[in-house]
Every structure is written in structure tokens, then in C-alpha cells.
Design a protein around this ligand. Structure first.
Ligand code: ATP
Ligand code: MG
Length: 584
């Protein structure tokens, strides 16, 4: 049952006292009676895999709903069919569940295409939208700049009847891609360029994963997003800061369409848990998560996969949730990370070590211990018989008895870690040296009396075990400076161990100052594979079981490749931060 201690979701995480400016707003809104229940949503575009930045948004959207007794929807903002793929939809659902969250309802913006369409006709009737025949390039020319106002489109004053007719024909598929748009009629002189008659619809004859070929026109993001929020009764629509300038347009769409007062626009929707009347949602922006030694733009992640710079979306070095999961990060470590990073409006760069610190903290508390030798050196105990075998009880966790114990086989020949022996010891080296003593963990004290060389390298060390230092014997407590771990050579299982490190070897892989790009900055040591030996209880674990290999680091049985017959472990994190020390 140890593994299940990584469990789920967790009311335990949902600390009702947690504070940040968004939670403060929610508290205030509830206290003032502006809402009786909170509704949020996480709205990914299914055009790529989720990354750790999304985890921050997920923990916020779902976390707030949990903490305030509300509900959070998972909504796919699938209004851009050309870039979307059902493979992403499935992966996103999987990732959200894995992070430990459950959505109240699963929605798609495409569920509401008819509402958007009817709403657009209403906007036309009310004089708030018009069909524009300018090409994309002309629209750009007319739009003006930050310092110059835009110019009105010659089609801006088309009559309602003509607009309705043209929009109907756009919908009927009469016009080619890009030949017309439906635009909001707002203000071509606005200081906010988003309000200079933004497009609400464009013509795109492309098949959609949910609606097939029903629609040759697709709504633009701001329009679809704001109305989807309103339809679902979202009270607090949380998004990242780049949408701050879009908020006036978001509000404009919600206000001008005014769903609550126009049931004919939406009441044909199957109820399926929708609130009885759409709401007026409030958009609130927070800063994106940025982490050093990482790239997080979906475009670059796609490029790295396509160019073979990494081994796919779930390469354990990728910042995707699939990659982090395969690397051995746990849902609770990511939730802890989101909590530590916090929510604010200040853009900041989080140090990669914060993430590693979170996973170390979680695994230190929750990962059972196992023994492994990754760079093995043979140690022979000459005063044991060749057929000597015993089982030694080891605690699975040094600080938590509830993890129980297991037995570890022990016999005359062991594997130890090569770096635990030094033929010519440097000052301060307290482990095994020729003529010296060391404690073998769980066994007793051995003294090295012989070293077998093979050319320049040590092939084996021969020792004698001091029987008086064994468990229950009078010398059991005798002190020596070093204690090392071991695995029994006769019983150990060969394992492939993948030693992962940070994918980039510079803090800012995106920098554009020296003519290099992130492609040139891949840490060439970020993936090494070694053959090591693990105790049987590690080899027999299920895929995705987390362990601390004592004195080495945190590892996870690879979720794709691990079997008891061919164990494969991925290094999740070293025991300590080696980067800080190296001054990298
Ligand atoms: P793109 O705009 O390149 O398609 P995106 O990362 O914005 O990518 P979305 O699918 O639109 O992807 O994101 C879904 C939600 O996740 C949005 O609300 C977005 O604000 C949030 N989000 C995305 N990246 C981050 C990040 N780095 N930190 C926090 N939240 C993020
Ligand atoms: Mg986006």
C-alpha cells in the first residue's frame, strides 16, 4: 500500500486559508453575496501536450473550486481545428486526472458553435457587428498602430439586412477562405488595438474533430472564450497576463450578447448540468510560470520533438506533464510546486531547483528505500562460505515505520558503489580503503585486506567481516567512520538506469544574444544510461513505483519500459542539488 501514499487530489491540499490576490477576490465576492457558488474552468487549446506552466493554471482553477466548494470545468477551446488533434485531447484529460483533479463537466467550445452563431446574428441586428470584405493584409493596414488610430473599413456601415445575408452565406459555405470576416463594430480609434473592430468569425473550410464539416466558419478566440465562460456560468475566469489587454473585448462580448436576457440564444442547449441562466463572468489575470533551464513555448516543444532533439513528448527531460511524470515527478510534488510558486501579477523566473526541491521533499517522505549499485565494484567477504545466504530485514523508510520492512538477500559476494572505495584515499575519505574498515549497512563491519587489479582499474576488493559486529552481537554498536550500501551479487538483478539531468545547460535557453538558439544549448549530459544492479524488491516493482536508492537519489520504474525481467529506472532527482554547488 506504500505506493498509494502518493494519492490523489486531496482535500488535504485544499487549504482553505491559502491566500493570494485571486483567492482574496473570490472570498470577497462570496462574502458580498455576488455569487453563491464559485465556478471556474481550465480551458486548454488541444494543440499540444500540457506543460508545467499549465499545471500552475490547473492547480489554480481546480484548487480554487475545491477550496471554496465550487466546481471547475475542463473545457477544450477547440476553435482552431487546423492545429488540433484528438491525441492531445486524450493526453490532456489524462494529465488533469493524474494531477489529482476531477472536473465537474467536460466541455468543448465547439459544443456552443450554434450559440455563438445565433449570438453573432444578434450582434449584427443590434448594429454591433458587420461583414467586412477586406483581406487580412488590408485589415492590418487599416488597423493603425499604437500611436496612430485605425481607419474604418469601407464595409463598416453596411446595413443590417445585407450583413445578415452575407453572414448567412458565409455560414452556408459560399465564400472562400479568408475572403470575408465578421467584425465587431467597436472603436477604430481605441488606444487598445484589440478594440479596433476585431474579427469575431473567419471563413475556414476545414474539418473539425467534433463538428466534422458542419461549419465553414469558425469563431475567434476572444469571442468564443468569453461566451463559453458565460454559458457555463463561470464566475471567475482565470488566465495569464497576456490576456489583460483582451479583457475589454471579453467584457464587450459578454455585455453586448447578454446571454442571460436572451434565452433564445442558448436555451436549446442540452441542459447537461449547465446553470439555469448564463452568468456574467469576470476575467482575472495572473503571471505565467517561467522556469530557468527550460523552454515552455508550445511551438519550441513541438519543434524539439519533431527535430528529434528529444525522444518524444514524454521524454523524461521535457517540461511536459507526460515527461515530468515519466521522469518520476509526483502529482503532489507538482501541486506543492504550484503552491510554492504562488499566484501574483508579477512576472518572475522560478529557479529549477525549486521544482527539484519539491520532488525531493515529497519523495523523501513517501518513497520507500531500496538498495542499488549503479557503478558497481565487486566486494568479496572471504570469511563467509561460498554457499552462505541469509535474509536481512531492512526498514523500507528510515523515518516512517508504517512503511514496514523487507528482507534483502545477503551472501559472500556483493556489489558496492565504485566510488565507495579508494585505493589511494584522499584526505577526508571515510569509506573503504586498503587495510581500512567500513560498515556495510545492515550487516556489520568489514576490513579490506586485498585489492584485485585488472590493468589500472580495481576489479574486486576482498574483505573480512568482523562477526562480533553483526546484529545482536556485543560489537554491533562499534563505531567506524563510514557506512556504505551494497547489493548481493548472487541475487541482484541487472537494471538499466537512465540518469537524467536538466535538458539545457544554460539558465536562459531562449536567449538570443550570441547567435545561438535553444537548439544549441541542449545539455549533452542530460541523458546517460548505465547498467547497474538492484535488489530483487526494486526489480519486482510495478512501473511508476518511486524509490529512493539509498545514498544515490530518487528513481522511478519507467512507465513504458520497466519489467521485472528488464528493470528500467529513471533518475528523478539526485539526493542534493548538485547544480548550486557546481556554480552552474
Ligand atoms: P499557446 O498560446 O501557445 O497555444 P498556451 O500555453 O497558452 O499555448 P493554452 O492551451 O491556451 O496554451 O493554455 C491553457 C491555459 O493554461 C490558459 O488559461 C493559459 O493561460 C494557461 N497557461 C499556459 N501557459 C502557462 C504558464 N506558463 N503559466 C501559467 N499558466 C499557463
Ligand atoms: Mg493560449
Amino acid at each position: 500500500m506504500i505506493e498509494s501514499s502518493f494519492a490523489k487530489a486531496s482535500a488535504a491540499d485544499a487549504d482553505p486559508g491559502r491566500r493570494d490576490f485571486i483567492r482574496d477576490i473570490v472570498r470577497e465576492d462570496l462574502a458580498a453575496g455576488r455569487h453563491t457558488a464559485i465556478r471556474t474552468r481550465f480551458p486548454p487549446e488541444p494543440n499540444g501536450y500540457l506543460h508545467i506552466g499549465h499545471a500552475k493554471a490547473i492547480c489554480l482553477d481546480f484548487g480554487i473550486a475545491q477550496e471554496f466548494g465550487g466546481a471547475c470545468n475542463l473545457r477544450f477551446d477547440d476553435t482552431n481545428p487546423a492545429r488540433e488533434d484528438p491525441e492531445y485531447v486524450e493526453a490532456i484529460k489524462d494529465d488533469v486526472r493524474w494531477l489529482g483533479f476531477a472536473w465537474a463537466q467536460l466541455r468543448h467550445a465547439s459544443d456552443y458553435f450554434e450559440v455563438f452563431y445565433r449570438s453573432a446574428r444578434k450582434l449584427i441586428e443590434d448594429g454591433h457587428a458587420y461583414v467586412c470584405d477586406l483581406s487580412a493584409e488590408q485589415v492590418r493596414e487599416f488597423r493603425g498602430t499604437l500611436t496612430e488610430p485605425g481607419r474604418a473599413s469601407p464595409y463598416r456601415d453596411r446595413g443590417v439586412a445585407e450583413n445578415l445575408d452575407l453572414f448567412g452565406r458565409m455560414r452556408a459555405g459560399e465564400f472562400p477562405d479568408g475572403s470575408r470576416t465578421l467584425r465587431a463594430k467597436i472603436d477604430m480609434a481605441s488606444g487598445n488595438i484589440n478594440l479596433r473592430d476585431p474579427a469575431l468569425y473567419r471563413i475556414k473550410h476545414v474539418e473539425h474533430q467534433n463538428t466534422g464539416n458542419d461549419w465553414p466558419i469558425y469563431p475567434m478566440y476572444d469571442y468564443a472564450h468569453s461566451l463559453s465562460d458565460a454559458i457555463e456560468g463561470i464566475t471567475h475566469s482565470l488566465c495569464t497576463l497576456e490576456f489583460e489587454d483582451h479583457r475589454p473585448l471579453y467584457d464587450w462580448c459578454v455585455d453586448k450578447v447578454d446571454l442571460p436576457n436572451h434565452p433564445q440564444l442558448w436555451d436549446f442547449l442540452p441542459a447537461r448540468g449547465l446553470p439555469t441562466a448564463p452568468a456574467k463572468p469576470r476575467q482575472i489575470e495572473f503571471s505565467r510560470l517561467n522556469i530557468n533551464y527550460t523552454v515552455m513555448s508550445k511551438r519550441k516543444l513541438v519543434a524539439m520533438v519533431e527535430e528529434g532533439l528529444v525522444d518524444g513528448w514524454d521524454d523524461p527531460r521535457m517540461p511536459t506533464l507526460q515527461g515530468l511524470r515519466r521522469r518520476g515527478l509526483t502529482p503532489s510534488s507538482l501541486r506543492l510546486f504550484a503552491q510554492r510558486v504562488g499566484i501574483s501579477k508579477q512576472n518572475s523566473l522560478i529557479d529549477y531547483s525549486v521544482l527539484e526541491g519539491c520532488v525531493r521533499e515529497d519523495l523523501d517522505a513517501h518513497a520507500p528505500r531500496r538498495l542499488a549499485a549503479l557503478d558497481p565494484l565487486k566486494l568479496v567477504i572471504d570469511n563467509l562460505d561460498a554457499d552462505h545466504v541469509e535474509s536481512i530485514a531492512f526498514p523500507n523508510h528510515p523515518k516512517d515505520e508504517s512503511f514496514g520492512t523487507r528482507t534483502v538477500p545477503f551472501s559472500r559476494e556483493l556489489w558496492i558503489e565504485r566510488e565507495d572505495f579508494m585505493r589511494e584515499p584522499v584526505k577526508g575519505f571515510h569509506r573503504l580503503v586498503p587495510g581500512g574498515e567500513v560498515r556495510l549497512r545492515g550487516v556489520g563491519i568489514v576490513r579490506c585486506h586485498d585489492v584485485v587489479m585488472e590493468g589500472d582499474s580495481v576489479a574486486a576488493v576482498h574483505c573480512t567481516l568482523d562477526a562480533t559486529t553483526r546484529h545482536g552481537m556485543p560489537g554491533a554498536d562499534r563505531k567506524v567512520k563510514g557506512t556504505i550500501h551494497w547489493v548481493c551479487a548472487k541475487h541482484a538483478i541487472a537494471a538499466e538506469v537512465r540518469l537524467y539531468d536538466r535538458l539545457f545547460d544554460v539558465a536562459d535557453p531562449d536567449a538570443e544574444d550570441d547567435g545561438n538558439t535553444y537548439r544549441d544549448r541542449i545539455n549533452q549530459d542530460s541523458r546517460r544510461s548505465v547498467q547497474g544492479w538492484v535488489e530483487p524488491a526494486a526489480a519486482n516493482a510495478d512501473p511508476e513505483t518511486h524509490f529512493q536508492f539509498e545514498r544515490i537519489g530518487y528513481f522511478v520504474a519507467d512507465r513504458r519500459d520497466h519489467t521485472p525481467f528488464h528493470p528500467v529506472f529513471n533518475r528523478t532527482a539526485t539526493l542534493r542539488d548538485t547544480w548550486a554547488k557546481a556554480g552552474k
